[in-house]
Design a protein around this ligand. Structure first.
Ligand SMILES: *[C@@H]1O[C@H](CO)[C@@H](O)[C@H](O)[C@H]1NC(C)=O
Ligand SMILES: *[C@@H]1O[C@H](CO)[C@@H](O)[C@H](O)[C@H]1NC(C)=O
Ligand SMILES: *[C@@H]1O[C@H](CO)[C@@H](O)[C@H](O)[C@H]1NC(C)=O
Ligand SMILES: *[C@@H]1O[C@H](CO)[C@@H](O)[C@H](O)[C@H]1NC(C)=O
Length: 427
C-alpha cells in the first residue's frame, strides 16, 4: 500500500521539480500508513543502576566511578548521578564503556510506530517531526513508552501554487494565499496538538510579511516557528522573518558574514541537514528533481555550515530522513543521524561538540528541557557505547545498550563501522 503510493508519488515528482522531496514522501506515507502502534512494553524493573561508566558532560567524559540510578515511574527520570547502589537494585556494569544522552534528530519524518522503533534501534531517543499532515495519525505516535519520543510540527504553512502545495494537492483552502487568515491557521495547528509551527519558504511561498506574522502569532501562543529554506533567496526570508529555527542550509551560494551575524544576533538556531544534501548530490538523478541547478553543490553546504559554526550560530543535528520506499529512495532513519554527526565533524566540529549538538544543543533548540544531558531529573534517555566517540565520532554507532525513558531498547541495529557511503544505501 505504501509502496504503491510512493511509486505513484515518484511519478508525480519526476515531472515536477521541487525542493523538498522528503516532506512529500512523508505526506504520501502519512496518508496511507495504518496505525501500527501496538502499545508500550510495561517496565519490568522499577529501578536499575548503571555502574562505572564514563559519563559525557557536554565536553568530554568524566570519571568512571559514576553510578546512575534510574527509577521507572511512567517516563523514567534519572534519580541520581553518583553515590552508591542501594542493595537489591539491578546493576548494569558500565566498566570501560561510555554513557551519552540519547540522540535527538532535529529534522525527521517518521510516520509510523515501526519508524520510531527503527530510530530507537540507533539510539535516537527523540524525533522532531517536521510536518504533520494528518493530526489523528500524528497524535497516535505521541507518548509511545519505550520507543523514540515524537515531537511534531503541525500542518506546514506553504504557499498557494507552491511546489509543496501543488505537487501533493494540498487543498487551496489549506495553503497560504494573500487572503489567508493567518491567526486562524496558526490557532488551528496548535489546537490540534502541534508542538511548534512550521513554515515553508520557497518560490510562491508565504511572503516575508506573512512569515513574520506567523512567527509572531506562534510567539503569542507561547511557542516558536521553524522555517524550511534550501536556497539563498528563501534563507534570507527566514532570516528577515526572525523565525526561531531555520531548517536546512542554502545550497546555491554562500551566506554573507552579515547574514550569519544576523542569524546569530537574532538568536536563530540552524539545523543544516547536511546528510540530506550529501545523499542528494551523490545521486545525479535526484539533483534536478529537487530543484538544484548549477549553482548548487555540497561545497556550499559545507562552507555555510562551517562559517555558521565558527561564528557561533547554534547548530542542531537533523537529517530530514524519510525511511525506505522500495525502488524509490532509501534514506534510513537512525543510521543517517550518525552520518550527520560525521558530516558535522567533516565541516569542522569537534567530536564532543557534534555530540553536544545532537543532545543538549538539540534539546535547547526544541525547548525540551527534560533531556539532552545526564543529570538528576532528566529523562533516562541513554546510550551506553563500547568505544569512545570523543576519540572517533564513528563510535556513536558502537552501541552496547540504549534506554528510552528508562526502558531498555530491545533490539539495537546500529553496528560499529556501519558505512555512510551513499552507494550502500541504494533503494
Ligand atoms: C489519518 O490517519 C488516521 C489514523 O491513522 C486514518 O484513519 C485516516 O484515514 C487518515 N486520514 C487521511 C485523510 O488520510
Ligand atoms: C483541529 O483540526 C480540525 C480539522 O482536522 C478542525 O476542524 C478543528 O477546528 C481543529 N481544532 C482546533 C482546536 O483548532
Ligand atoms: C539557481 O537557482 C537559484 C534559486 O532559484 C537562482 O537564484 C540561481 O540564479 C540559479 N542559478 C543558475 C545557475 O541557474
Ligand atoms: C559550488 O557552487 C558555487 C556557486 O554557487 C561555485 O562558486 C563553486 O565554485 C562551486 N564549488 C564546487 C566545488 O563546485
Amino acid at each position: 500500500m505504501i509502496r504503491f503510493t510512493a511509486l505513484a508519488f515518484l511519478a508525480s515528482f519526476l515531472t515536477t521539480p521541487h525542493a523538498c522531496l522528503t516532506e512529500h514522501i512523508a505526506r504520501a506515507a502519512q496518508a496511507s500508513t495504518a496505525n501500527d502502534c501496538v502499545g508500550s512494553p510495561a517496565p519490568v524493573n522499577n529501578k536499575f543502576a548503571i555502574k562505572n561508566a564514563q559519563v559525557f558532560n557536554g565536553n568530554g567524559f568524566q570519571s568512571s566511578e559514576t553510578i546512575i540510578i534510574i527509577i521507572i515511574i511512567n517516563d523514567a527520570r534519572i534519580f541520581t548521578v553518583g553515590g552508591n547502589v542501594p542493595p537489591g537494585i539491578n546493576t548494569i556494569d558500565g566498566t570501560g564503556r561510555f554513557l551519552i544522552p540519547g540522540l535527538i534528530d532535529s529534522d525527521v519524518h517518521p510516520s509510523s510506530c515501526s519508524n520510531l522503533v527503527t530510530l530507537s534501534g540507533y539510539g535516537v531517543t527523540t524525533a522532531i517531526n517536521m510536518a504533520c499532515l494528518n493530526y489523528t495519525a500524528c497524535s497516535q505516535l505521541k507518548g509511545q513508552l519505550g520507543t523514540t519520543d515524537y515531537i511534531t510540527a503541525g500542518e506546514i504553512a506553504c504557499g498557494t501554487g507552491s511546489v509543496h502545495a501543488t505537487a501533493f494537492g494540498v487543498p487551496p483552502a489549506e495553503t497560504i494565499g494573500p487572503d489567508r487568515d493567518l491567526a486562524a491557521f496558526v490557532d488551528y495547528t496548535f489546537g490540534n496538538g502541534s508542538d511548534f509551527f512550521k513554515i515553508v519558504a520557497e518560490d510562491k511561498g508565504p511572503t516575508v510579511q506573512q512569515q513574520t506574522t506567523m512567527v509572531q502569532l506562534a510567539h503569542q501562543l507561547g511557542s516558536f516557528a521553524a522555517t524550511h529554506a534550501t536556497m539563498m533567496e528563501y534563507y534570507d526570508q527566514a532570516i528577515q522573518s526572525k523565525a526561531d529555527r531555520i531548517q536546512h542550509t542554502p545550497a546555491d551560494g554562500l551566506l554573507s558574514k552579515a547574514q550569519i551575524s544576523q542569524i546569530r544576533s537574532q538568536g536563530q538556531f540552524v539545523t543544516p541537514t547536511m546528510e540530506f544534501y550529501r545523499l542528494a548530490f551523490a545521486n545525479p538523478a535526484l539533483g534536478p528533481v529537487l530543484g538544484f541547478n548549477a549553482s548548487c553543490n555540497y561545497s556550499n553546504i559545507q562552507t555555510n555550515v562551517a562559517n555558521m559554526h565558527v561564528a557561533g550560530v547554534p547548530i542542531a543535528v537533523g537529517t530530514d530522513a524519510v525511511g525506505s520506499f522500495a525502488g524509490v529512495i532509501n534514506y534510513p532513519f537512525g543510521r543517517s543521524l550518525h552520518c550527520e554527526l560525521q558530516n558535522l565533524v567533516d565541516a569542522g566540529f569537534g567530536n564532543a561538540k557534534a555530540i553536544q549538538a545532537a543532545t543538549a544543543g538539540a534539546a535547547k533548540l526544541y525547548r525540551l528541557y527534560d533531556r539532552g544531558s545526564i543529570a538528576t531529573g532528566m529523562r533516562a534517555d541513554l546510550l551506553l557505547l563500547n568505544s569512545n566517540p570523543v576519540e572517533d565520532i564513528t563510535n556513536t554507532l558502537d552501541i552496547s545498550a540504549a534506554w528510552v525513558g528508562g526502558i531498555q531498547v530491545s533490539a539495537i541495529s546500529a553496528q560499529k563501522g556501519q558505512s555512510c557511503d551513499p552507494a550502500s544505501l541504494s533503494p
